[in-house]
Write a protein that binds this ligand. Sequence first.
Ligand SMILES: [Zn+2]
Length: 120
Amino acid sequence: MPAQVIYRGPTPPLGQKWCFVCAYTWKNAVNEKHKDQIDLAGLAEDTETVVIDAAEDPDTPPLEVAVATGLNGLLAQFGVLDLCWSHLNGIQLQTASGLHLPPPGGGMPGGMPNGRGPFG
Ligand SMILES: [Zn+2]
């Protein structure tokens, strides 16, 4: 039976979680860095536990806290995810008529006094 590999990494702030893409990227970087150790654990004939502690590894990519649930272009097959600002897809809201919708929080429709016009 191969050895069991246990990972240790940074813990998100209380009540929050890491962005899915950030965590996914972080785990991949840890796997690459410790590939030899992981491969050896897979070949082990005992029930030894191998601990990979990357909680304070300065060579791992940064982890950002998730701020919204949405889509990420590179991982669209996973559906909606908890994402940081960097990995959350942006969208330009537009009506079927081509008029831009006001931003969240209000604003005057295009063409109205103090509005930005239909194209901006
Ligand atoms: Zn992220």
